[in-house]
Every structure is written in structure tokens, then in C-alpha cells.
Write a protein that binds this ligand. Structure first.
Ligand code: S3P
Length: 171
């Protein structure tokens, strides 16, 4: 694969997209962009505040605007998306249209939920376990549309996963 191409990590909340992206950018020595953090910088608001005050539909519009901006205005080669970014058809079109290679970090719901419960990040769309589990189940067939799948097991470190991605996707 042309190693100047961009790669976007997708997968459910708590799977570890941001940490894998951090290691991947250091292994490949390239810039990375975390879409949630980018949105927070550009809006001056937290994602939780946007979703809680304006609703998810309004948040999705802001998310797409920022995805467009990130693709146009930054050179980051590694993008870590929010857990819902890839589930929006227009966002999938944007990423495909830009030739971005997408990687699904796939794992069990329990693994994601353990991380969500331990994390200090507020996740308005995963307020309770049953609701989050349903969202997880509903999204599997969409995440599956990504170009690559990597199965994340709890015993793997984020570094090991990043190293696997670097080796296989950039072979
Ligand atoms: C969301 C995931 C979050 C964040 C927002 C919505 C989702 O990102 O974008 O709360 O719909 O799954 P993480 O996957 O980084 O937690």
C-alpha cells in the first residue's frame, strides 16, 4: 500500500481507537488526528455538552463538518474517528471519496464496556449497559464495511495492535 495514504480507525466506544492511533502514528512517524478532540477544539465545547444540550442529530452535523475540514485542512495520516462517525452513510462516502483506508477495531461488547466504565470520558450514548449493548449490536454490520478488521483481545496491548496494523495494512 502507498504509505502516504490515510488510515482511519473505527470501532465501538471503549475499544481503544485513540491509543492505537497514538502508537500507530509513532510507529509510522506521521501525524494523527483524533476527531473527537478536533471537534472539541474547533467548537470550544465538549462532545458530551453538544450531545446533551443540542441532541445527537445536531452533533452528527457538526461531526460531519469537522470530518470534511479534517480531510481538507490537515495532513494527518492517522485519523481516529468517534465510535459513530463511520455509521453515517455520508461520512463513509467522504472517507471513501478521499481514498482513506478504514480499519475496524473489533472486540467483544464486554471488553468495550469494561473500558467505558473505567474511563473518565463522558459518553452520553453509553449511559447504561443495556442501551450501549444494543447500540453495539446494531452497529456491527456497519463497522463490518470497513476495509480491514483487527480483532482486539484484552490481552493485546495497544502497541501490539498498532504494530500489527502497521505491518499488515502498510505491507
Ligand atoms: C460516539 C462515540 C464517541 C463520541 C460521541 C459519540 C458514538 O467517541 O464521538 O460520544 O456514537 O459511538 P469514542 O468512540 O471515541 O468514545
Amino acid at each position: 500500500m502507498d504509505n502516504r495514504r490515510r488510515i482511519a480507525l473505527t470501532g465501538f466506544m471503549g475499544v481503544g481507537k485513540s491509543s492505537v492511533a497514538r502508537h500507530l502514528s509513532s510507529i509510522l512517524r506521521c501525524d494523527r488526528l483524533d476527531l473527537d478532540a478536533y471537534i472539541e477544539r474547533n467548537t470550544g465545547r465538549t462532545i458530551a455538552n453538544i450531545i446533551n444540550s443540542d441532541g445527537e442529530a445536531a452533533y452528527r452535523i457538526i461531526e460531519t463538518e469537522n470530518l470534511v475540514r479534517a480531510l481538507r485542512e490537515t495532513h494527518a495520516r492517522i485519523l481516529s474517528l468517534g465510535g459513530g462517525t463511520w455509521t453515517i452513510p455520508g461520512n463513509r462516502k467522504l472517507l471513501a471519496g478521499d481514498g482513506v483506508t478504514t480499519v475496524w477495531l473489533e472486540s467483544s461488547f464486554e471488553h468495550c464496556w469494561t473500558n467505558i466504565s473505567k474511563s473518565r470520558k463522558e459518553r452520553p450514548l453509553a449511559k447504561n449497559k443495556d442501551g450501549a449493548h444494543k447500540l453495539f449490536d446494531d452497529r456491527q454490520s456497519i463497522y463490518c464495511l470497513a476495509d480491514w478488521h483487527f480483532i482486539i483481545r484484552p490481552e493485546f496491548t495497544s502497541y501490539e495492535i498498532a504494530a500489527q496494523i502497521a505491518e499488515q495494512v502498510f505491507a
